[in-house]
Design a protein around this ligand. Sequence first.
Ligand SMILES: Nc1nc2c(ncn2[C@@H]2O[C@H](COP(=O)(O)OP(=O)(O)OP(=O)(O)O)[C@@H](O)[C@H]2O)c(=O)[nH]1
Ligand SMILES: [Mg+2]
Length: 313
Amino acid sequence: MTSPSLSARVLNGDVRAIARAISLIEDEAQAGAELIRQIFPRTGRAYLIGVTGAPGSGKSTLVDRLTVVIRKRGQTVGVVAVDPTSPFSGGAILGDRVRMQAHAGDAGVFIRSMATRGHLGGLARATSEVALVLDASGRDIVIIETVGVGQDEIDIVRTADVSVVTIVPGSGDEVQALKAGIMEIADIFVVNKADREGADRTVASIEANLSLQTFAAGEWRPPILQTEATTGRGVPELLEAIERFRAHTAASQGTRRRARAEYRLRELLAQRFVDHVERRVLDGGEFDRILDRIATREIDPYTAVDDIMKRAI
Ligand SMILES: Nc1nc2c(ncn2[C@@H]2O[C@H](COP(=O)(O)OP(=O)(O)OP(=O)(O)O)[C@@H](O)[C@H]2O)c(=O)[nH]1
Ligand SMILES: [Mg+2]
């Protein structure tokens, strides 16, 4: 159950309340929804930075460094990392402990990992709601870190206020990124592990790709930065680029946030509708029987959906 005091404590920035609220969102759909209702009016103040890229491209290291630079400027930070680690190994939690140690004793930093499985109603929803909790708790900056594979992860980052895409030299990542559609969502490119052989070539190939696109006068053209997350080299420049983007897009930020709201609304609506159908419209086991009939070509999926819709509405 959510007590009103939990949301009040979240709004006050109480770290234990934030942790509890996030657990609710992950584990209990109903209580999580109630909490979101209570805190929602107080959200919308934080600036959301999305960081995505291939597994192992150095996102977590980069986010930790970025956090340090942001903290030096006196702003508070919340991080939600979608961790590909198996939820069974406890890797996400272990990772959090290690990462929190880097900011030990600093109440201005809150880091939470989410394992990619085991969420009620989907990872994208859970991630965006955790971001809402961090926002409501008064964090100035919320960073969302996800692996750039899968449409959900890409959508999460695309709807942040700014999307940073990390690429590693000599990994063929550029090509992978192109295929996965993450090139298109980048507001800022970061060639991380710039200490490695081939960083300049990677910059050049991203640049070649960008030059194929046309940018209108005054339109933001994604810069390509080089960082070495392990030492922090290039990270202050990354924050400067983020701030330039923020200033450049201040007028259109509302559009982006509207897109985020639309994405959430559609996702929630679809999820609720499917829930409703499965629980209230179909008899027990009927969903499976429909699947069997589709498998044997007795019925096509369109007809099946038409039938269900008729009964549901
Ligand atoms: N040489 C070098 N290694 C780096 C750099 N940045 C990160 N690494 C290393 O790359 C490895 C992966 O770093 P992470 O920060 O965990 O990468 P990630 O993208 O968060 O990984 P996942 O969350 O598993 O997708 C670690 O061993 C880092 O120490 C860098 O700039 N140079
Ligand atoms: Mg990571």
